[in-house]
Ligand binder design. Structure first.
Ligand code: OSB
Ligand code: MG
Length: 374
C-alpha cells in the first residue's frame, strides 16, 4: 500500500463515571484516533488506529501531545519515505520506525492504522489474520478507587449484575486490604484481582503479602516499571501470583521478566508494547513458557476494543481480560458499541480491525485535527 493522507484526531469523550487509579482521576478520555488513507492497487482504503496514551505521562512516559508530535514529525514522514522504495505493509512498519527510540504507543497506533487498511483491502478480519477460532471472549472489568467501601460495594454489585465474570480492583497505599476484604466477604467466589499501577516499593512486601488471605487471581504491577529484579524478589514473599503490566514494554522485556521470575502472568496491552504484532509475539513467548496472559485495556473506544477482543481470542489468553462492554466507560461510543452477553463479548469478524467510527459522532467528539499529505 501507499499512504496518501492521514488525519490525526484528538477526541474528548466524557466517561460515565470518574476513573481513579493510584496515578490520576480521569473524568474524560482524551484519545488520539488516526484515520489513514492509502492506495492499494489503485483502490482507496481507509485504516483506523487508536492510541493508548493518556493525556498526561502518568501511566507511562508517553502522553497525547507528545504522541502527536512524534507521529507528525518522525513516524509518518519515515513511512512516507520508506514507501518510495517498496510498498508498505503492516509487518514492516516496526522495522521502518526502528530508528526512533521508545514512543511505543505512538508506533502502535500508526501500525494499527496500516494493519487495518491492509486487512480491509484484502477482506480479511483481524481474528482470521491471527488464526483465532474462538467466537467470544470472557469480559472482566477494571474498577477504580472509590471514595468509600459502601460505594465500592455498590459499584461492584452493578458490574456483577451486568454479568462481568472477573473483577479487578485498583489499589494504592491506604486503599488495599480493606476494600479487597470487603469485596471478598460480600462475594466469596467471584474471580478477583488487584492492580497497583506501580504504587508500592519492596519495603511494602510484608504488607502486600497480607493480600494472600483473599484468594486473588493475581496482583498486577505492584512495583515500579523498571523494578524487574525487585518484582522477582517480591514474588518469593507472596503466594498471590505476580502479574506485570507497565514493566512489559516489549517481547524482550517479557522474556527477561519470565527468566527472572518477575512475572507469573502477563497483562498484554498492544499499545504499551508497540502494537498488535509485538503483542502477538509476547503471547507466543509466554505460551511457550507456560505463562498465562490476558488482554489489558486503555479505556479504548470501539476501534481498539474490537482489536483487543480479537487478540484475546488467541489460545494463550487463558484469563479474562479488561475487555468490558463499551458502556462501562462511554454512554455513547464513536463506533457501534460492544455489548456484554452472558459475561462475554463477541469477537468481531468483519474485515480489518472491524469497527469504524460513526462519522457524526467522530466529528462531534473531535477537539483537535491535524492533517498530513504524503
Ligand atoms: O493499569 O490496566 C491499567 C487504564 C488506564 C491506565 C492503566 C490501566 C487502566 C485500566 C483500564 O485498568 C482497563 C480498561 O481499559 O478496561
Ligand atoms: Mg494495569
Amino acid at each position: 500500500m501507499r499512504i496518501t493522507h492521514v488525519a490525526l484526531r484528538t477526541l474528548d469523550l466524557p466517561l460515565v463515571a470518574p476513573f481513579t487509579t493510584s496515578f490520576s482521576t480521569q473524568t474524560h478520555r482524551r484519545v488520539l484516533v488516526i484515520e489513514l488513507h492509502a492506495d492499494v492497487d489503485g483502490v482507496e482504503v481507509v485504516g483506523w488506529g487508536e492510541c493508548g496514551a493518556l493525556s498526561e505521562p502518568v501511566y507511562s512516559e508517553e502522553y497525547l501531545a507528545g504522541v502527536i508530535d512524534v507521529t507528525t514529525t518522525y513516524l509518518l514522514p519515515m513511512l512516507v519515505d520508506a514507501q518510495r522504495r517498496a510498498p508498505l505493509t503492516a509487518e514492516t512498519v516496526a522495522h521502518h520506525l526502528g530508528r526512533i527510540v521508545g514512543h511505543r504507543m505512538a508506533k502502535a497506533a500508526v501500525e494499527m492504522a496500516v494493519l487495518d487498511a491492509q486487512l480491509r483491502a484484502s477482506g480479511v478480519s483481524f481474528a482470521s489474520y491471527l488464526g483465532v477460532t474462538r467466537d467470544r471472549v470472557p469480559s472482566g472489568v477494571s474498577i477504580g478507587i472509590q471514595d468509600s467501601i459502601p460505594e465500592l460495594l455498590d459499584v461492584v454489585q452493578g458490574y456483577l449484575d451486568d454479568g462481568y465474570v472477573r473483577l479487578k480492583l485498583k489499589i494504592k497505599p491506604g486503599w488495599d486490604l480493606e476494600p479487597v476484604r470487603a469485596v471478598r466477604e460480600a462475594h466469596p467466589d467471584v474471580p478477583l484481582q488487584v492492580d497497583a499501577n506501580a504504587a508500592y516499593t519492596l519495603v511494602d512486601a510484608t504488607h502486600l503479602a497480607k493480600l494472600d488471605a483473599y484468594d486473588l487471581l493475581l496482583i498486577e504491577q505492584p512495583l515500579a516499571e523498571d523494578d524487574l529484579r525487585q518484582h522477582a524478589e517480591l514474588a518469593t514473599h507472596m503466594r498471590t501470583p505476580l502479574c506485570l503490566d507497565e514493566s512489559v514494554v516489549s517481547a524482550t522485556a517479557a522474556a527477561d521478566a519470565i527468566a527472572l521470575g518477575a512475572a507469573q502472568i502477563i497483562n498484554i496491552k498492544p499499545s504499551r508494547v508497540g502494537g498488535y504484532l509485538e503483542a502477538r509475539r509476547i503471547h507466543d513467548i509466554a505460551s511457550a513458557h507456560g505463562i498465562a496472559v490476558w488482554c489489558g485495556g486503555m479505556l479504548e473506544t470501539g476501534i481498539g476494543r474490537a482489536a483487543n477482543a480479537a487478540l484475546a481470542g488467541m489460545p494463550g489468553f487463558t484469563l479474562p481480560g479488561d475487555i468490558s462492554a463499551s458502556d462501562r466507560f462511554y454512554a455513547e461510543d464513536i463506533t457501534e458499541p460492544f455489548v456484554i452477553e452472558d459475561g462475554h463479548l463477541a469477537i468481531p469478524r468483519e474485515p480489518g480491525l472491524a469497527r469504524v467510527p460513526h462519522a457524526g459522532r467522530l466529528e462531534a467528539a473531535t477537539v483537535d485535527l491535524v492533517r498530513l499529505d504524503a
